[in-house]
Design a binder for this molecule. Structure first.
Ligand code: PHE
Length: 341
């Protein structure tokens, strides 16, 4: 093969592989292979010296032509590849605007906390002062100071978690009365709320741990009318204007007279449904006038002062409002449940 034929086939091979190059990295190595300092076409220039003088000029010219042609082909291919690569990148990184967005879950308060907060707001609005109270109480505060006689059957009803012979997890928030009455003088209007514990077998409607709110007032001239007015006002603010409150006699050792109170069923509006078992009312809690024995024991003359007290459970309210059938859901903190509320 003549020098020119060799050059020609190098040039063709270079142009063919440039044409087939799939990306700029391949082009770079083709460029080095042919046009680099030791490239196959570049090397041809070194052969000029061994040629007869009359051929040198033409061959030199031919090598330069080949270099320029290959160089131009590389430049053109590189430009073409830039847009091919940009297209590929574009496809790769494309955003599918029809994809559903990812939900961003922000934290928020637990449904029970919201309910407690609402109840608190309502009673604060009526002039009650909320006090922090311990969940561990002594026997005296939980039972004795509340006028429970020793061996009273009510003690069985409230099967308790004892910590020592004398201390227990409070079975009701009413246990706070003793501390407050021991440290204040009437008039007083005090409330508390928080966890209570009873040794109940756990099922959909019973829990060992639940929440209550308790309020009491001691002043001159307090009567059942004040008690009924207060609970009615609370019910109206909590459940709405149309709600009615029903009081029926009940017994608690710490009140006399004692009552249980119910509100119009918020599910059927009082017509009767399976939630209120056809009665049109839902039982909320217990209430009554503070027993004279308790007033006397704390140094308040029952001839001068009287008071009322009431308390109720919290879990029932969101259960009714949201149709939650299982009490355990409140304490399990399953996000699938909490996110629905
Ligand atoms: N402590 C009572 C209960 O747990 C409720 C109650 C409170 C009743 C205050 C009367 C007065 O059921």
């Amino acid at each position: 093969m003549s020098e020119n034929d060799i050059l020609q086939s190098l040039r063709n091979a270079a142009l063919a592989s440039i044409h087939e190059a799939k990306n700029s990295a391949q082009l770079d190595s083709i460029e080095t292979q042919y046009l680099g300092r030791k490239g196959e076409i570049t090397s041809q220039l070194r052969r000029i010296g061994s040629l007869p003088a009359e051929e040198r000029k033409d061959f030199g010219q031919a090598v330069n032509d080949a270099k320029e042609a290959v160089d131009a082909a590389i430049t053109a291919r590189r430009e073409a590849l830039v847009s091919v690569e940009a297209d590929a990148k574009f496809v790769d990184e494309a955003i599918d605007v029809t994809m559903p967005g990812r939900l961003w879950h922000t934290g928020r308060s637990h449904i029970l906390v919201d309910t407690l907060q609402r109840i608190k707001e309502i009673f604060i609005g009526m002039g009650y002062e909320f006090v922090e109270t311990p969940e561990i109480e002594d026997y005296k505060s939980n039972f004795e100071a509340l006028n429970y006689p020793e061996e009273h059957p009510a003690l069985d009803e409230q099967m308790s978690f004892y910590i020592t012979d004398d201390t227990l997890l409070r079975t009701h928030t009413t246990a706070f009365q003793h501390q407050v009455m021991s440290n204040r003088k009437p008039p007083m209007r005090v409330a508390t709320l928080g966890k209570c514990y009873r040794s109940d077998a756990v099922d959909a409607t019973h829990s060992h741990t639940f929440h209550q709110v308790d309020c009491f007032t001691i002043d001159r001239g307090i009567s059942m009318a004040d008690l009924k007015g207060t609970i009615h006002q609370f019910a109206v603010e909590m459940f709405g204007r149309e709600v009615n409150v029903r009081f029926r006699p009940d017994f608690f050792p710490f009140v006399e007279p004692g009552a249980e109170f119910s509100v119009t069923c918020i599910i059927c509006g009082g017509d009767g449904c399976n939630v209120c078992k056809g009665s049109g009312f839902l039982e909320l809690g217990g209430a009554g006038l503070i027993h004279p024995n308790i007033l006397t024991a704390h140094g308040f003359d029952p001839e001068e002062y009287s008071g009322f007290a009431f308390g109720f459970g919290i879990e029932r309210m969101p259960m009714l409002m949201y149709g939650i059938r299982d009490l355990r859901l409140f304490m399990e903190n399953d996000m699938r449940f909490l996110r629905q509320l």
